[in-house]
Design a protein around this ligand. Structure first.
Ligand code: SAH
Length: 419
């Protein structure tokens, strides 16, 4: 194998909010030929992958069983041996309940050198999203990260954990919350111990439940909280109670940021301009999938126009996609596109079209046009170049668009300087 050329990374994507990923992770992603993605990874982070990178989902999606661990390692090895650099992308930190340790061992056993890039683990990020400092010195001398799953290594010793009087941060604990709470109470943990469960932390749909231990499991069930969620048990959970007191919502609370995009943005406000770069004969279904993937948490209904280079004016798949959704197709010529700077120039676009990139400039040009402004500087990228099935997509809005304030305040959208 080409050991000198190919690289392998084990990367933590963080808890969900794209901005909580490390710089190192985004740089490694940009270099990978193949990206193997786990379930809990926010797909928005794939904007940092190269336009031509092959993206492989190996998590359980739509109820399908996840790819067995051995198959994932086999896939990685096959790509590496074929001379392709591989990034293995996991939610949170790859070494915290992510089975990253096992993958590292398997790759090392095969003689592969792997760079491990840490991520922010949900066990710290989720409590922090509610203002809970897991080792606040007024409440705890330490924190224990523990799985509530019980499978494989047997049941954690809840009585022993209760006796430590440390903050308990439980991963994968939602299904067995009732049993866990009973075991802790039986071990003598005070019934009024503050508890918190935080679902989909740092994502727009984040929700949480706060209750004392004696009522906790029932309160979580009543609120319908599910996976993925982090459970915090211990005095530090009262820090969230204090912060949340103003809301006086005994049950479930939605974060202010959580309701921002999906619920408050009127869908009839069409503020998004979608720039597309596609190969000849791209199919409408693939274009649609690429656009939907790029949208992230933005609504499809917010799209006001599709934009591309004029040489693609008659591209059948693109025309079909636009007419199906009654979206105008705006075209820009090579000179207009070349005048808009692109952050990471694409060699393919340069070779075929003589420009540094298509989707980002077109998105910006279309957004600027919607603003009746002269130049792309009057627009900003909401979502940078993302790739799906060989189709690149970028999304922009005019500077004064209604989307601006809302998207910049919510974590899953990328409001980045187009330089
Ligand atoms: N490696 C990951 C954990 C993987 S185990 C990390 O470091 O965060 C999967 C568990 O992580 C889930 O069952 C849930 O308990 C927790 N989790 C991951 N992302 C989460 C999120 N955004 N909000 C709440 N819990 C999350």
């Amino acid at each position: 194998m080409h050991a000198a050329m190919t690289r392998a990374w084990l990367i933590g994507a963080g808890p969900g909010d794209v901005e909580l990923m490390t710089l190192k992770a985004t740089r490694a992603l940009a270099q990978a030929d193949v990206v193997l993605v786990d379930d809990l990874v926010n797909p928005d982070v794939l904007q940092f992958a190269g336009a031509d990178a092959q993206i492989v989902y190996v998590g359980k999606r739509g109820g399908h069983p996840s790819t067995p661990q051995a198959d994932i390692v086999a896939q990685m090895l096959a790509h590496l041996r074929a001379g392709r650099s591989v990034a293995r992308l996991k939610g949170g930190d790859p070494f915290v309940f992510g089975r990253g340790g096992e993958e590292l061992q398997a790759l090392q056993a095969a003689g592969i050198e792997v760079d491990v890039i840490n991520g922010i683990t949900a066990g710290i990020a989720a409590p922090a999203a509610l203002g809970i400092a897991v080792t606040h010195r007024d409440h705890a001398q330490g924190v224990v990260f523990v799985t509530g799953h019980g499978a494989g290594s047997g049941e954690p010793d809840w009585a022993a954990l209760a006796a430590t009087r440390m903050t308990l941060v439980i991963y994968m604990g939602m299904r067995r919350l009732g049993e866990i709470a009973r075991a802790l109470l039986a071990a003598g943990m005070p019934a009024d111990t503050p508890c918190a469960a935080i679902e989909s932390a740092t994502r727009p749909e984040q929700r949480h439940v706060l209750a004392p231990l004696r009522e906790f499991a029932e309160a979580v069930a009543r609120a319908g909280l599910g996976s993925p969620a982090i459970v915090v048990i211990g005095g530090v959970a009262s820090l969230a109670l204090a912060r949340d007191a103003a809301k006086r919502d005994a049950g479930v609370a939605r974060e202010p940021a959580a309701s921002a995009t999906r619920h408050e943005l009127a869908p009839e406000i069409k503020t998004l301009s979608v720039g597309i770069g596609c190969r000849a004969h791209s199919e409408a279904v693939d274009i649609e999938a690429a656009v939907r993937a790029a949208l992230g948490s933005n609504a499809f209904e917010q799209i006001r126009a599709i934009a591309t280079i004029d040489t693609k004016a008659c591209e059948a798949g693109l025309v079909e996609f636009c007419s199906r959704h009654q979206l105008p197709l705006q075209l820009f010529n090579r000179e207009q596109i070349a005048a808009v700077p692109v952050a990471s120039p694409s060699a393919a676009a340069h070779a075929h079209l003589g420009v540094d990139g298509v989707c980002e400039p077109c998105a910006l040009l279309a957004a600027a046009a919607s603003d009746c402004a002269a130049t792309a500087q009057h627009a900003r990228l909401i979502v940078r170049k993302t790739a799906h099935a060989g189709i690149t997509v970028a999304i922009a809005a005019a500077h004064n668009a209604a989307v601006s304030d809302t998207t910049s305040s919510h974590p899953a959208s990328q409001d980045q300087d187009p330089r």
